[in-house]
Design a protein around this ligand. Sequence first.
Ligand code: ADP
Ligand code: MG
Length: 212
Amino acid sequence: MVKTFSDLNLNTWLVRQCTVIGVKQPTPIQVNCIPEILKGKDCIGAAKTGSGKTLAFALPILQELCEDPYGIFALILTPTRELAYQIGDQFAVVGKPINLKCCIVVGGMDMVAQGQELAKKPHIVVATPGRLADHLESCNTFSLARIKYLVLDEADRLLGGHFDEQIKAIFKVLPKKRQNLFFSATITDTLEKLKEATGNDVFLYEAPAEVA
Ligand code: ADP
Ligand code: MG
């Protein structure tokens, strides 16, 4: 049976927003991951580029956010500026009816201005690890101690590589109790290890390999 966004336990306003942005039917990673994330589970989702991973985490986060909005609700880490802007755009478009405040924290922008934006307590922070770690190191104006969600977008590129030190510094200031959502093109050993480390109930989805 073909699933619709209404079948995924999403609120009416979110289903409507999907229609408004011209997204009609959920992709397989969205069908599989959204209901599990809404149940409160950690999630590791893998599917190739262009399969709709951003909405797979953005929709459930927005649903929870509108129930209980406070300070910085979710932190999304991604390896590049371009990806950070793309994710920020998708959040902004879908979150328009709830006046979502989203802050992009990437290199190439003024640190002081960025610090001021962070001090305004946006709901969502989308960051590259380097720039966020810089903010944590300087006299920072914000706290990540109460985030509810941590998303690692392109998690395979963020973990076990040259972002290690920055990721470690960021993890240090996050609350232990949080929902972890890791999305990636492939599930790597590092991701598997991370799954064991959280001690949470983890839902794992890997898109089936395509027949050539
Ligand atoms: P990924 O992160 O898996 O590479 P994205 O989340 O960036 O993919 O999505 C790629 C494009 O597909 C975006 O333009 C997005 O708006 C669009 N998209 C997402 N979900 C759907 C859907 N269910 N139906 C049609 N288009 C979608
Ligand atoms: Mg993506």
